[in-house]
Design a protein around this ligand. Structure first.
Ligand code: FEO
Length: 178
């Protein structure tokens, strides 16, 4: 069954937000590079790639349901933050906002009795738990650093974040299969 126009429009909007997320994290990556924090920069660069994958997953899905993807303008992200803690707090708040967008999409899929979209969105429901958890953990570590951990701890965290590697997400893959 071809996707309902209201669901199609809402998913098109979500593609924009996933691409904005990619833009935001890419901007953060650039800011960390300029601050000499290569590990942080690596982490955000990979985060930006993952967000693009999220957008592509929805893109492919809309097409597979006989829908039409219309791309919307993407706002420019900020380019400066007061500190790594500030940047990660912004990330956490952003992810919380994305979680509520995903929840709204799930609500719409229930209203429209669109089981296929509801099923597809469960991957994003799970993903958002991870996204908030990851950002939250780094916020906690950065808070400890600001409360007296010092430069040494910051560089240790930078080293840790530098080990993150990118795993491409195959569009259409089920949760746990990536
Ligand atoms: Fe695609 Fe970070 O949510």
């Amino acid at each position: 069954m071809t996707i309902d126009k209201r669901m199609e429009a809402a998913l098109n909007e979500q593609i924009k937000w996933e691409l904005y997320s990619s833009y935001l994290y890419l901007s953060m990556s650039s800011w960390y590079e300029s601050a000499g924090l290569k590990g942080f920069a690596n982490w955000e660069f990979i985060q930006a790639q993952e967000e693009k994958d999220h957008a592509m997953k929805i893109f492919r899905y809309v097409i597979s349901r006989g829908g039409r993807v219309i791309l919307h303008p993407i706002d420019a992200p900020p380019s400066e933050w007061a500190s790594p803690l500030d940047a990660f707090q912004v990330s956490l708040e952003h992810e919380q906002k994305v979680t509520s967008m995903i929840n709204n999409l799930v609500d719409l899929s229930i209203d429209l009795k669109d089981h296929a979209t509801h099923n597809m969105l469960q991957w994003f429901v799970d993903e958002q738990i991870e996204e908030e958890e990851d950002a939250g953990e780094i916020v906690d570590k950065l808070r400890m650093i600001e409360e007296g951990g010092g430069k040494q701890m910051l560089f240790m965290l930078d080293k840790e974040l530098g080990t993150r590697v990118y795993t491409p997400l195959q569009p259409g893959m089920a949760p746990g299969q990536q």
